[in-house]
Design a protein around this ligand. Structure first.
Ligand code: AKG
Length: 199
């Protein structure tokens, strides 16, 4: 499979790999339709004494017991793997060697939906976790930056796979910013490890 690592051309130090054609268009279309039928929920976080709606819908599937907590406020209990999500997990493992036991879905309904600068460093994922991120639907800008540096912009395409390598979450932050342009729905699936601790 062709690996087009645009980050390598733009900034050789970035700890990611990008596979634009990880899924065929037909596979990506079918998976997108499947993902629309997943159980999506609106979550809320506590910030400076306020309760704020997370600006996207979320879902979680995975092994029993792999509960996930983020921002000290959102508790996600995985539903059992669907057959299609389990197949996707296994094909990512076959390509990368990384094993995953949960997948968190993000559904961005419009350009108003987003995720701000953060690192995925919850203790439940273990030390220096690799994360695999599959994009479906509308193409959105994704940004990655060293903690003290400038962002590199990237457009994550329908059916693509982005791997954030081990160490990336310690050295870099990433985000999917809002956009004023009209964009249709995008679904992102992030496959993660879970090593036992939930907080
Ligand atoms: O939607 C994306 O591509 C990014 C998702 C993300 O950063 C996350 O789930 O932590």
């Amino acid at each position: 499979m062709q690996q087009l690592n645009l980050f390598e051309e733009l900034a050789p130090a970035l700890p990611v790999s990008y596979y634009p054609d990880f899924l065929s268009v037909q596979e990506a279309n079918e998976l997108y339709q499947h993902c629309l039928q997943l159980e999506w929920q609106q979550n809320y976080i506590k910030m400076v004494g306020k309760i704020i709606a997370v600006p996207r819908l979320e879902s979680i599937y995975g092994d029993a017991g792999c509960d996930y907590i983020y921002s000290n406020s959102v508790f996600l209990r995985p539903l059992p793997w669907t057959e299609k999500l389990a197949q996707l997990r296994d094909s990512i493992t076959a390509l990368t060697g990384h094993k995953f036991n949960i997948v968190i879905g993000n559904q961005y309904r419009s350009g108003e939906d987003s995720i701000g600068w953060h690192a995925d460093n919850e203790p439940s994922m273990g030390v220096e976790p690799a994360i695999a991120s599959v994009s479906l639907g509308a193409v959105r800008k994704f940004q990655l930056k060293p903690k003290q540096g400038k962002p590199t912009d990237f457009w994550l395409e329908h059916g693509s796979l982005l791997i954030m390598h081990r160490g990336c979450q310690s050295t870099h932050l990433h985000q999917l910013p809002k956009t004023k342009k009209f964009v249709s729905t995008r679904i992102n699936l992030t496959f993660r490890s879970h090593v036992g601790k939930t907080a």
